[in-house]
Design a protein around this ligand. Structure first.
Ligand code: GTP
Ligand code: MG
Ligand code: NA
Length: 442
C-alpha cells in the first residue's frame, strides 16, 4: 500500500522480473493485483543475507493496490484481504496523504506492516556524487559502496521520515536484521529500479510471517473469496479473477457472486506472475487459499467485480446465499443521486465504479449520477441515458471508464444525441465532460 507513484508496482516488477508497471494506463494502478511468491523464490532472493528462512507456509500471495486518491475503496478492500502489509514511502516525498490514509487503514485493522523506503538511488541520481548501483544487493552492502555525501543525504531523509511517522503516533526505525524490534516498525530502504534492499525487504517479510502467522494464520475451511475483475479472455470466454483468502474451491462447485453458476475451470498464473496481466495459466482440480485465481464458468458476464464470492455447500440454502450476495450491491446502489437527474456512468468493475462515483462526488468535480452499470456499453445503456434528453440535455451522457462501447451503441448514441465519453484514467473523463459543458454554455 501507499501513496500514488511511490513504486509499489515497480517493486513487485523488480522482484518478479516482470514489466507490469510500464503497461499500465498513465503508469497508474487502477485495479487490485495478485501474485504468488513461492517460498523457494523468497529463499533464493534472500540467500545473500545468509538467513535461514523457515517460512511455515508454501508461499505468500502478494496483493498490489492503487495509490491514487480515487481508489480509497480498493485500498480498503486490499487491506481487508491481507495479514501483513508493506507500506511504500518515497524517500524524497516522505509521508503523503494516501500514505497516511493507508496507515490509518492498517491501524484500524491492527495489521502488522513494514515500511519500504523506496527510490533510495533517486536521492542522488541528478547530483554530483551519484548513487553507486549495486544491483539486487542487500542494503548494507550497497550503503558501504556509497560516498559520505550520499550517506549524509540518506540519513537526513531518514530522520525526517521517522519524525513524520512519530507525528502519526508510530515508532519506526531503520531495519536491523540482528535486532529484535518489538515496538517499532522496520524501515527497509529499497530501489525498485536496481533492486538494492530487495533481499532485506523479502527477508523481513518472511521473518514477520514466520513470527506472527504461526499464531494468526490458522487455515479455516470457510470460504472467503472476493471477485477482483470480470473479463473476457480469448479462448476462455468471460472469466473472473478472484482472491481466495481462505477455504478451498473445487471444479464443479456451485458459486454465487451474485450470479449463480458452477465452476468449470480453476486457473492460476504461474508463480511470480501477476494475475491481472494476461498470460498462460495452470489448471487445478481444487485449490486452497490464499491464492489469486482465474475462474471460468457459464454466465460469468453477470458476475460483479468487488463482490464476495460464495460457495453453496451441501447444507446451504441457495436462496439464503443469494440474498447475502445481493447485500453487497446495496451500498453502492444507495449512492446514486436521488433526484433522478445526472449522467450515467459505466465501469469495468464494482471497485472502479465506486471509485468513479466517489470522484464525481468530490466538491471540485460535483457531477450528479443517475445511473450506473458495469461492463461494455450496449444499446440498452444508451437508451437509459437518453431519458435525460428531456430533463437536462447535458446529462444525457455516459461516462465510460475502462470499458468498451459496441458499434451499435455508438450509432444509437449518435442518432439520439447521447454523448459518450471514454477514458481509462478517471480524471480524463472529468476533463472531457467539463469541456463539453463549457462548449454548451458558449
Ligand atoms: P500507483 O500504483 O499508481 O499508486 O503507483 P505505484 O506506487 O505502483 O508506483 P509505480 O510502480 O507506478 O512507480 C511510479 C514511478 O516511479 C515509475 O515511473 C517508476 O519507474 C518510478 N519508480 C518506482 N520505484 C523507483 C525507484 O526505486 N527508483 C526510481 N528512481 N524510480 C522509481
Ligand atoms: Mg502501482
Ligand atoms: Na504509478
Amino acid at each position: 500500500m501507499g501513496h500514488v507513484d511511490t513504486g509499489k508496482t515497480k517493486l513487485l516488477d523488480c522482484i518478479r522480473g516482470t514489466n507490469v508497471q510500464e503497461g499500465e494506463a498513465g503508469g497508474i494502478t487502477q485495479q487490485i493485483g495478485a501474485t504468488y511468491f513461492p517460498a523457494e523464490n523468497i529463499r533464493e532472493r534472500t540467500k545473500e543475507l545468509r538467513a535461514d528462512v523457515k517460512l511455515k507456509v508454501p508461499g505468500l500471495l502478494v496483493i498490489d493496490t492503487p495509490g491514487h486518491e480515487s481508489f480509497t475503496n480498493l485500498r480498503s478492500r486490499g487491506s481487508g484481504l491481507c495479514d501483513i502489509a508493506v507500506l511504500v514511502v518515497d524517500i524524497m516525498h516522505g509521508l503523503e496523504p494516501q500514505t497516511i490514509e493507508s496507515l490509518n487503514l492498517l491501524k484500524m485493522r491492527n495489521t502488522k506492516f513494514i515500511v519500504a523506503l523506496n527510490k533510495v538511488r533517486f536521492i542522488m541520481v541528478d547530483r554530483l556524487y551519484g548513487w553507486k548501483t549495486c544491483r539486487n544487493a542487500p542494503i548494507e552492502k550497497a550503503m558501504k559502496q556509497q560516498s559520505k555525501y550520499v550517506k549524509i543525504q540518506f540519513e537526513t531523509q531518514l530522520v525526517q521520515i521517522i519524525t513524520q511517522f512519530k507525528e502519526q503516533g508510530l515508532n519506526t526505525e531503520l531495519n536491523n536484521m540482528d535486532k529484535e524490534m518489538r515496538e517499532t516498525y522496520r524501515i527497509v530502504p529499497t530501489s525498485a529500479i536496481s533492486g538494492e534492499g530487495i533481499p532485506d525487504l523479502l527477508l523481513v517479510l518472511a521473518k514477520l510471517t514466520e513470527k506472527t502467522m504461526v499464531e494468526n494464520l490458522t487455515y479455516r475451511n470457510e470460504v472467503q473469496c472476493t471477485v477482483l475483475e470480470v473479463k473476457v479472455i480469448e479462448g476462455l470466454g468471460t472469466t473472473i479473477d478472484v482472491v481466495l483468502v481462505n477455504g478451498m474451491l473445487h471444479e464443479g462447485d456451485q458459486i454465487v457472486g451474485p450470479i449463480v453458476t458452477s465452476i468449470r475451470a480453476l486457473l492460476t498464473p504461474h508463480p511470480m506472475n501477476e494475475l491481472r496481466v494476461k498470460g498462460t495459466y495452470q489448471n487445478h482440480r481444487a485449490i486452497k487459499g490464499a491464492q489469486g485465481i482465474k475462474i471460468t464458468a457459464p454466465g460469468l458476464e453477470h458476475a460483479i467485480a468487488g463482490a464476495a464470492l460464495y460457495v453453496v455447500g451441501p447444507h446451504d440454502d441457495l436462496e439464503e446465499v443469494k440474498e447475502t450476495a445481493m447485500g453487497d450491491m446495496k451500498s453502492v446502489l444507495s449512492r446514486i443521486d436521488k433526484s433522478g437527474e445526472g449522467v450515467c456512468i459505466q465501469a469495468s468493475t464494482l471497485g472502479s465504479l465506486e471509485a468513479l462515483l466517489e470522484f464525481l462526488k468530490t466538491p471540485e468535480v460535483n457531477i450528479p449520477v443517475s445511473g450506473i452499470s458495469i461492463g461494455t456499453v450496449h444499446k440498452k445503456d444508451v437508451m437509459k441515458a437518453s431519458v435525460m434528453l428531456e430533463k437536462k440535455k447535458e446529462f444525457a451522457t455516459i461516462l465510460a471508464f475502462d470499458v468498451k462501447v459496441t458499434p451499435e451503441a455508438w450509432k444509437l448514441a449518435d442518432d439520439l444525441g447521447v454523448k459518450i465519453f471514454m477514458a481509462d484514467i478517471i480524471y480524463h473523463l472529468f476533463d472531457q465532460f467539463k469541456g463539453y459543458i463549457n462548449n454548451l454554455k458558449e
